[in-house]
Ligand binder design. Structure first.
Ligand SMILES: Cc1cc2nc3c(=O)[nH]c(=O)nc-3n(C[C@H](O)[C@H](O)[C@H](O)COP(=O)(O)OP(=O)(O)OC[C@H]3O[C@@H](n4cnc5c(N)ncnc54)[C@H](O)[C@@H]3O)c2cc1C
Length: 497
């Protein structure tokens, strides 16, 4: 019954398009084959395929291709698109890799030429000819009324996800995942297969860890044998070596020469490193944007000037306890980098005084400034600086005893985005805390050893979003703050009554 309906439909569409077909059949009256590109119609090309398993597999895939193609054919095809589909069917009949099947199929398409006037016509035609094959092979006849449901005309990627190929992770995604994998697991990834090996290498080499000085030596030897691996290294951090007196200029220069693409260099505590090494670094590492020279006490202004000249992408500078540097080191930095530097750490730099304020003010984009224990500066420093650094988010003034209310109030007024404010030991009073309560984004405030402030002023701060408050000898964490807040609001209610 179903095949009858299919054939009836096929005859109907053929009759419907016969006029059209006959018009196209030039002078050849004994054929109903429409005009097609030369070479598309002709004898079967392939030999017989005697293996029935292969034949069945090939058939299943081919029918899938044909029906999906019809389901996605345009609803209103252009003449060119119609011709393309027609040619495809005839060529398919010539080139189908099972010779005997192709012969049988050619007979069918001569009797029932491809219907290409619309998606619906093409889908129903393919269903009908498939049913003719099914019938000959004594297979179940398919209900062509359900064809649209079976081969849904969905975007191609949906079809893939729902029916065909299991999802495949693209390389970029694998590399993102590898970013979060620990060193040991990364190492074992090398042995899974060649693809994972290739993808893991850059991550494994990106930020080598040096827990012992021996690791540095092994690393340097590896680099010597495989200098091309240097291109993967982005971060070099020696701070875990502590006060290591073995890391000298010669070794550092050998390493740096292979690592031209590093973006972050941490030489904390590398007390043996001199200006010569920094000069070489500035010539080789143009992409450097973070540099930490914490406790590199032998480095002078020459190092800073060289870096400022050679590395034009500097964002973060850490000169903590660089005791041989003076304010002159900043000449080059403020010329080349004034718009880019976002983080500056001058902790324990005794040479920083109020005269430095106009110099640091040139870093307009500054977001984090650490002046912990810069004991020479006073409130005048903050009064000069704050109008020029409106984006400041973190300010550390712990141990700067000469900072008073005037300085902090200026900072609060000019830097509304402050999130962290450390005023430990500063000479401030309650009125400054009332002012600080204006800061909407502040979440960490340290007012330990600020002897002049009272509990009442602290209570006023409890309404804010602060999650870390250091006050007196207390470290008040978020949980305690919440309960303090509750008590505070309760007392407010009582007072109202
Ligand atoms: C052009 C062509 C000619 C072939 N000629 C021969 C031949 O001469 N001899 C031979 O042994 N094999 C031939 N085959 C292979 C044969 O048609 C089958 O593909 C094969 O035997 C496997 O059959 P099957 O039942 O597993 O699924 P298939 O018949 O391949 O069908 C695959 C799936 O399509 C669906 N389906 C079935 N009928 C229809 C329909 N009418 N419309 C839409 N979807 C349908 C069903 O869900 C079915 O599971 C030919 C294949 C093609 C593409």
């Amino acid at each position: 019954m179903v095949i009858l309906t299919s054939l009836l439909y096929l005859n109907f569409v053929i009759i419907q398009t016969n006029e059209d077909l006959f018009e196209k059949v030039s002078d050849n009256n004994d054929s109903i084959i429409p005009e097609v590109t030369s070479g598309t119609i002709g004898p079967v090309v392939m030999p017989n395929l005697n293996n029935s398993t292969l034949k069945a597999e090939l058939g299943q895939s081919s029918w899938k291709l044909i029906h999906t193609m019809m389901a996605r054919f345009p609803e209103n095809p252009t003449e060119d698109e119609k011709e393309a589909l027609r040619n495809f069917v005839y060529l398919f009949g010539r080139l189908y890799p099972c010779g005997e099947c192709a012969s049988e199929f050619q007979k069918i398409i001569i009797m029932y030429p491809p219907q290409v006037s619309s998606r619906e016509a093409a889908s129903q035609w393919a269903c009908a000819v498939h049913n003719i094959v099914n019938e000959r092979l004594k297979k179940e006849i398919f209900d062509c009324g359900k064809i649209a449901e079976k081969y849904k005309c969905v975007p191609f990627h949906h079809t893939i996800i729902n029916t065909m190929v299991p999802p495949v992770l693209i390389d970029d995604v694998i590399m993102l995942i590898l970013d979060h994998v620990d060193q040991k697991t990364l190492y074992s990834c090398l042995f899974v297969n060649s693809k994972l090996y290739q993808l893991t290498l850059p991550t494994l080499w990106r930020s080598p860890r040096f827990m012992k000085f021996r690791n540095v030596l092994i690393f340097q030897q590896c680099l010597q044998q495989r200098p091309h691996m240097g291109k993967y290294i982005k971060v070099l951090c020696f701070k875990r070596l502590g006060f290591c007196n073995y890391l000298d200029d010669e070794l550092l220069i050998q390493i740096i020469k292979s690592c031209k693409y590093i973006t972050k260099l941490d030489l904390s505590f590398a007390g043996m490193i001199t200006d010569s090494a920094l000069t070489i670094i500035s010539q080789h590492c143009s992409q450097l944007n973070h540099i930490c020279l914490k406790d590199c006490r032998t480095l002078t202004n020459d190092s800073i000037k060289a870096i400022a000249k050679g590395c034009l992408m500097l964002i973060s500078l850490n000169f903590e306890r660089c005791l041989s540097i003076t304010s002159l080191a900043f000449d080059e930095l403020t010329t080349n980098h004034k718009n880019y530097v976002k983080k500056l750490d001058l902790t324990l730099c005794k040479w920083v005084n109020d005269d430095m304020a106009p110099i640091i003010s040139k870093f307009h984009s500054l977001k984090k400034l650490n002046l912990t224990n810069c004991t020479e500066i006073t409130s005048d420093f903050l009064i000069t600086l704050s109008p020029n650094v409106p984006n400041l988010e973190e300010l550390y003034l712990g141990g700067v005893l000469r900072i008073t209310d005037e300085g902090v109030i200026q900072v609060v007024d000019h830097c509304p985005n402050l999130r962290i404010l450390v005023l430990c030991g500063c000479d401030i009073h309650d009125r400054t805390l009332h002012h600080i309560s204006k800061l909407k984004n502040l979440y960490k405030l340290d007012v330990t050893f600020c002897m002049n402030i009272t509990h009442n002023a602290i209570r006023a701060l409890l309404c804010m979003n602060i999650t870390k408050l250091n006050y007196g000898e207390l470290d008040i964490d978020e949980r305690t703050l919440i309960s303090l807040r509750r008590e505070y609001f309760l007392s407010l209610n009582v007072a109202n009554y």
